[in-house]
Write a protein that binds this ligand. Sequence first.
Ligand code: 4AD
Ligand code: MG
Length: 431
Amino acid sequence: MESINIIDAGKHVDEEVVIGAWLTNKRSSGKIAFLQLRDGSAYFQGVVIKANVAEEIFELAKELKQETSIKITGTIHEDQRSHFGYEIEISNIEVIGESDEYPITPKEHGTDFLMDNRHLYLRHQKPFAIMKVRNEIIRATYEFFNNEGFTKLDAPILTGSAPEGTTELFETDYFGQPAFLSQTGQLYAEAGAMAYGKVFTFGPTFRAEKSKTRRHLTEFWMIEPEMAWMHQEDSLELQERYIAFLVQNVIDHCAYELKLLDRDIETLRKYTQLPFPRLSYDDAVELLKENGFDVEWGVDFGSPEETFLANHFEKPVFIVNFPKAIKAFYMKRHPLRDDVVISADLLAPEGYGEIIGGSERDTDYEYLKARIEEQGLSLDEYGWYLDLRKYGSVPHSGFGLGLERAVTWITGTEHIREAIPFPRTITRIRP
Ligand code: 4AD
Ligand code: MG
């Protein structure tokens, strides 16, 4: 008899199969027991009919406790009433691992309790669906950049530099010297672009941000493409095609998960329609002022401003050319203005905020050296980076997509902590 995964039930209608599963819930009457089952691929129902099985199997079914692991034998049937479409009529049950007093009962639990039990909560439907979408976004990312001729380049996690600002660093002792957990792979990606043309890094990044918001993690994963010989306009065009590709692949490959999450596919479909609007920072400030926001030219936008701007367009929107003073040292100067840089943030609709930050990079040795000194960064740490401007400097651009921000938005989840298996925030480092 064939062992299958629940997700493949539709290929085995009216066949007898074996499934290794866990019990998530059950109810029974004198004649029939309904077992809710999961196996990591999907969730569905098993039915045990007293009249059709041995006496001890029916008794066992009634006694099973939540999260007991079992091997079941049975016949797959169509079941139009369930969201999954199939169920299994069980003929035999073998207990593999007992479970007693599983803490996450079917009743409602608070967020802290669920996060304290994250190692178990991952088994439940909402985290399941979110992690599968996260996995699809990662898969589609590799597909997209491979198709575009990029080379994946792994940046180090332990570094001596602080490209995104010194106030948000995690410091650690590195054999008597200070080292920092990486805030970004970008500077290494720039070295990679000068070596291999188009590269992307994808790894964990760390920010000791004191922000306690539903968009901030202290450890998050970032995808950072970097393209030699590319100006900002072409980078924006690549960014929007990448985002549309991610959304389209989630629609195509995660229909079951989106259903579990109650995420409306028609809403998602709007985000695959290109182009995304571009709005200059200057115009964004004017638009905000006209709509009653108390903002001055030169400030960074907070979450209410970002939400307003994105909702104004009902699609992701690029805010381009930010004030130089609020952006990182490496961003390219505007050719006609000294106060802005050639940068863009992509804001997601529905209040999900900035999902991409990027820019064209300045190529001039003396300018960057001065900027590094101005920001109080150590020239010793950036000598290697300045070398990239010394030996065949070329126009180049890049950007960073926050994976968890993208997952939160595409799945329609309220809080970013749901978008990573084991979240790290200012108040949580366990489990
Ligand atoms: O805008 P950021 O800081 O840009 C960079 O780090 C550049 N070096 C990227 C590049 O050009 N290669 O971060 C990029 C993205 C943000 O748009 C956001 O999606 C995400 O990373 N991000 C965070 N996600 C979760 N928690 C945080 N604390 C985040 N900080 C940034
Ligand atoms: Mg940013």
